[in-house]
Design a protein around this ligand. Structure first.
Ligand code: HEM
Length: 186
């Protein structure tokens, strides 16, 4: 790949952050629009997240499976059915670009958990497992360090960025699919 000097001076981590900033803004806007203070709004948030995680489930590592399982438990606690996966063709193995998004998505969780606990302590107690599990960020720290140090990723940077955008797009689609789905929360 032909890179300018300026591009080689920034880490793969920083390139990913810049190239996916617009995609992050979109999912932040969508998922952030859920009203966590009532069961319907929080249920929609969880269902949309679950649709994305269920779609990726066959490729997840242990840390992500723990999050996906916590989501299943939260849905069960609210009496919601587990959503069907989206129709998508998954990569044979998740790349560092895919993982960047999945691990990075932990970063908003502490904030969201705090909002949920403030808005609805009983929902946080009954169905806060996913956000609690997601607030563990050790794996993110390790991945972020790897991405900052990575000097070899440049020849694959476009591919890695595409992989990251694929995951963001999946979460966006998951929200849209949930938006139009019938929510059974009363
Ligand atoms: C309510 C929704 C969301 C909120 C409030 C939120 C909030 C945040 C916050 C506060 C950060 C840390 C920013 C920083 O330290 O500079 C962050 C980072 C990040 N989030 Fe989100 N987020 C949300 C949804 C998502 C979703 C759905 C995904 C992906 C599926 C995602 C992926 C990421 C990634 C990859 C980063 C790391 C960006 C970097 O390179 O620093 N976020 N988010």
């Amino acid at each position: 790949m032909d890179l300018s000097e300026a591009e080689t001076e920034i880490s793969l981590r920083e390139r990913l952050r810049r190239k996916t900033a617009a995609a992050h803004e979109r999912v932040d806007g969508l998922f952030g629009s859920a009203d966590l203070s009532d069961e319907h709004g929080y249920g929609r948030f969880l269902l949309a997240q679950a649709r994305a995680w269920e779609s990726l489930r066959p490729r997840l590592d242990a840390g992500s499976i723990a999050r996906a399982d916590a989501l299943r438990a939260d849905l069960a606690a609210l009496g919601l059915d587990r959503p069907r996966p989206l129709a998508t063709s998954l990569p044979a193995k998740l790349s560092i670009g895919h993982l960047y998004v999945l691990e990075g998505s932990r970063l908003g969780s502490t904030l969201l958990l705090r909002d949920l606990a403030a808005a609805s302590p009983s929902l946080a107690r009954r169905a806060g497992a996913y956000l609690t599990e997601s607030a563990r960020i050790d794996a993110w720290r390790q991945l972020s360090t790897r991405l900052q140090m990575d000097q070899n990723g440049y020849d694959r940077a476009d591919e890695i960025i595409d992989d990251a955008l694929f995951v963001f797009a999946l979460f966006e689609r998951a929200w849209q699919a949930t938006d139009s789905a019938h929510l059974k929360v009363s």
